[in-house]
Write a protein that binds this ligand. Structure first.
Ligand SMILES: [Zn+2]
Ligand SMILES: [Zn+2]
Length: 279
C-alpha cells in the first residue's frame, strides 16, 4: 500500500497564517471545521465514535496538529474511515502522506483529479498577476507539482455517493481544478464547498490574516477555467444550501449565506474574475 508515496520536489512549509489558525468550530453536531494556518479541514461524524471521515488534509507539515485535533474530538488512537479530497492543491493535501502512513486509510478523489495525485501531471504554475495582493504575489512559491499517493488514492464512486458519509453526495465542481468536488447533504442542506468559491478574499494578506468574511470566487492564482468555475458556482447556489463551509474563510449559514451566494452568482465576473479578465 505504501509504495511510491511522495510529494512533489517543490513541497515545503509555507509560512502563512491567520487569526483563525488553530481554531475549531462545531458547525453542526456531526460537522466540525478546523483551520490549519489559512485552510480549513472538516471532520464528519459524531464525537467519540469510530464512524468519522476527514475532508482534506491541511497545509504541509501539519500532520501532527491534524492528528491531535482528530484525537481530541474522536478519542485517542482513533482513525477515520477514509479521507476525502475536494481537490489536490498543496494546501488541501499538505499532510496527506503522513496521515496515510499514520492511519492506513483509503483516500478518495474525483477521477479527473487523480493525475495530480498519482505523480502523472503537475498543476499549472500559479498566476501571480491575478492581483496585487501579497498572497497572490507569493503564489509562485506555492508547491504545484504532482504528488504520488500510489495505491492509496481511489476514485470516488461514480454514482455520487461518498464512502462512509451516508446522506451526503459529491458534486463535480470543476474550474478551480478539473476534478474539484463539493459535498452536499440534502436533509439539512449542508454544503462543504472546497475551493469552488470561498468566504475570504484569498489573494489579500490582510483579509486572509484577519479572515474578514466576504464571499469571493475560487482563489484566483490557482484557478484555470473561469467559465467552468462560474457554472460550478451556479450549480452549488441552485442547491440552496443552509449551512456552508468553504476551504478558506469562515462558515456561513441562513440568510447571510443565501444573500452572499445570490450576489456571487449575479455578479460573478465582478466579484470573482481577476481584473485583467474583466470587460
Ligand atoms: Zn485550491
Ligand atoms: Zn485552497
Amino acid at each position: 500500500m505504501e509504495e511510491n508515496l511522495n510529494y512533489g520536489e517543490d513541497y515545503k512549509y509555507i509560512p502563512a497564517t491567520s487569526v483563525r489558525s488553530g481554531v475549531g468550530i462545531e458547525v453542526l453536531d456531526d460537522v466540525y471545521m478546523y483551520t490549519v494556518q489559512i485552510v480549513n479541514i472538516v471532520l464528519y461524524g459524531y464525537p467519540h465514535t469510530n464512524e468519522f471521515v476527514l475532508i482534506d488534509a491541511g497545509m504541509p507539515k501539519s500532520a501532527e496538529e491534524i492528528i491531535s485535533v482528530v484525537e481530541e474530538r474522536f478519542g485517542d488512537d482513533c482513525q477515520p474511515k477514509a479521507i476525502i479530497l475536494t481537490h489536490g492543491h498543496f494546501d488541501h493535501v499538505g499532510s496527506i502522506i503522513e496521515l496515510i502512513k499514520h492511519w492506513h486509510v483509503p483516500v478518495y478523489a474525483h477521477r479527473l483529479e487523480l493525475p495530480y495525485l498519482t505523480g502523472k501531471q503537475n498543476y499549472p504554475n500559479p498566476d501571480p498577476a491575478v492581483s496585487n495582493g501579497w498572497v497572490a504575489k507569493m503564489s509562485p512559491f506555492f508547491p504545484h507539482e504532482a504528488i504520488n499517493l500510489g495505491g492509496n488514492i481511489k476514485e470516488i464512486p461514480a454514482d455520487g455517493s461518498i464512502p462512509y458519509m451516508p446522506g451526503f453526495r459529491w458534486i463535480h465542481t470543476p474550474g478551480h481544478t478539473p476534478g474539484h468536488l463539493s459535498l452536499f447533504r440534502e436533509e439539512d442542506r449542508t454544503l462543504i464547498v472546497g475551493d469552488a468559491f470561498v468566504t475570504v478574499k484569498q489573494e489579500s494578506l490582510y483579509k486572509v490574516l484577519t479572515q474578514q468574511k466576504e464571499i469571493s470566487g475560487p482563489p484566483q492564482y490557482f484557478t484555470t477555467d473561469w467559465s467552468a468555475a462560474k457554472e460550478s458556482v451556479e450549480k452549488l447556489a441552485a442547491l440552496k444550501p443552509n449551512v456552508m463551509i468553504t476551504g478558506h474563510g469562515l462558515p456561513m449559514v441562513g440568510d447571510e449565506l443565501s444573500e452572499a451566494l445570490r450576489n456571487l452568482v449575479n455578479d460573478f465576473n465582478q466579484i470573482a474574475l481577476p481584473k485583467y479578465y474583466q470587460n
